[in-house]
Design a protein around this ligand. Structure first.
Ligand code: PLP
Length: 443
């Protein structure tokens, strides 16, 4: 009953018009009015709407403090500074993530040390952290990668034992849960992107959340000069410098973003619940199909996949006669799933910027500008990160629960996996590197 694969001239699995299935974020009159109100009041550069957004965000997040930023990159750099990551310090960060989980360490004179990921969660492997800790390690950056919560319990245990701070990069998983706890509230500080391609999408923007007053005040002091006031700061050593930003940065959120953010946040949980229902339905349809495995949390757990940002699947070529993910995804695309591409983020430790670049003129690679080590000492043994491009592929990001459409897309993957034998003979294999440095496809 095998149907002919579309790549060999058979009918495409996907015949429907997806309509607005993949249109995100959902923008209504309410978002438009909120932006127009900012414009009409000439309030683009103020902070009143942002402060309102921060209050609502902190309440939703369940933290004492939330601080708005111009980008996630700025929020994460600030989180590092707030955790006292400085000259000569090391941070441990997964190699498979977007660059802005790690690269800002350079600007602080610190060194990112990459840890491997777990091949099922695609998040930092808790068992690959401890042997990378040195007397210079200050913090662990955890990324809830592609919406999947990192395994926080063992990570927090290691961090507490070694007196390290934990920064959660929540850019892929706003509102997600790990064992019933909101992501971003488990470590010492959470920081995230809210830019338009992410699941909580408000325009260019970022947010830092914490329960720690000193971290919050250091975050204000670093890049929010207009809110760095001597009489409002409790941390004694920060008082003398009020009025000017310690970092020399200006990081406040654009109020068109915070205005959109206030509206988006109102509907966010309900929209994510529908996305999860749709995505879980897709994976349920593919349960047991050889070679393709869901990237999701176990069904009966009290963790979840948040807004299921940039969804991917795990690829097991050994179950498909060694068929390359390159050939597999080519066949799925031919079935009408145009967004199915191989790989995810490429392993950062393989990029020249982390190996040879002398960005600031230290006369040696910036990565070790303040370290007495060779770069090659850091990145030994990251086998999962190095081959993850051959073991992942993207899947559609279903925004709506519309079973008849989802079924066609799921059928495309099933059809290709079940007919893998026909694809083996023309398999070109994988190129030397799969996956990109970013998923930039935002308008
Ligand atoms: C997008 C992203 C960031 C950076 O956020 P921007 O708002 O684009 O600056 C940081 N970390 C991760 C994991 C991201 O995906």
């Amino acid at each position: 009953m095998a149907e002919k694969l579309a790549i060999f001239g058979g009918p495409k699995a996907v015949q429907c018009d997806p309509g607005d299935m993949f249109v995100w974020p959902i923008i209504t009159k309410e978002d438009e009015e909120a932006v127009l109100d900012v414009l009409r009041r000439r309030a683009m550069s103020g902070t009143d709407i942002t402060i309102q957004f921060e209050k609502e965000f902190a309440q939703w997040q369940g933290t004492k403090y939330a601080l708005g930023f111009s980008s996630g990159t700025a929020a994460i750099q600030t989180a590092m500074f707030a955790c006292k990551v400085g000259v000569g310090d090391e941070i441990i960060v997964p190699s498979v993530t977007y660059w802005a989980s790690a690269l800002q360490a350079f600007s602080l004179g610190a060194t990112p040390v990459f840890a491997d990921i777990d091949e099922n969660t695609l998040c930092i492997n808790p068992n690959d952290i401890e042997h990378r800790i040195t007397e210079r390690t200050k913090a662990i950056v955890v990324v809830h990668y592609l919406g999947h919560p990192a395994d926080m319990d063992p990570i927090m245990e290691i961090a507490r034992r070694h007196n390290l701070k934990v920064i959660e990069d929540v850019s892929h998983a706003q509102g997600g849960l790990y064992k019933g706890r909101k992501l971003g509230t488990i470590g010492d500080v959470g920081a995230m992107s809210l830019m338009s391609g992410k699941s909580l999408a408000i325009g260019e923007g970022g947010m830092l959340v914490t329960n720690d007053r000193e971290i919050y005040e250091r975050a204000i002091a670093f890049g929010h000069y207009e809110r760095y006031r001597e009489n409002e700061i409790e941390t004694e050593y920060l008082k003398p410098y009020a009025g000017l930003p310690l970092g020399g940065y200006k990081y406040r959120m654009h109020q068109m973003s915070s205005a959109v953010g206030r509206v988006q946040l109102k509907y966010y949980d309900e929209r994510c619940a529908e996305i999860r229902k749709a995505m879980n339905y897709f994976w349920d349809l593919l349960e047991g199909v050889p070679g393709i495995k869901a990237h999701r949390v176990p069904k009966d757990s009290d963790s979840n996949m948040a807004g299921w940002y940039a969804p991917h699947g795990i690829y097991k070529p050994e179950e498909l006669g060694g068929l390359s993910v390159t050939r597999f995804t080519e066949a799925v695309r031919a079935e009408g799933v145009t967004m199915c591409t191989p790989g995810c983020n490429a392993a950062l430790h393989t990029h020249a910027l982390f190996n040879t670049a002398d960005v600031y003129g230290h006369g040696k690679p910036t990565r070790i500008a303040n370290a007495n080590k060779d770069v090659r000492e850091f990145d030994k043994s990251l086998p999962v990160s190095e081959k993850i491009g051959t073991r992942t592929y993207s899947i559609p990001w279903f925004i709506h629960y519309r079973p008849e459409i989802i079924e066609q897309y799921a059928y495309a993957y099933r059809k290709v996996a079940e007919n893998y034998k026909e694809l083996l003979k023309d398999d070109p294999g994988n190129p030397p590197r799969l996956g990109g440095w970013h998923f930039f496809r935002h308008r």
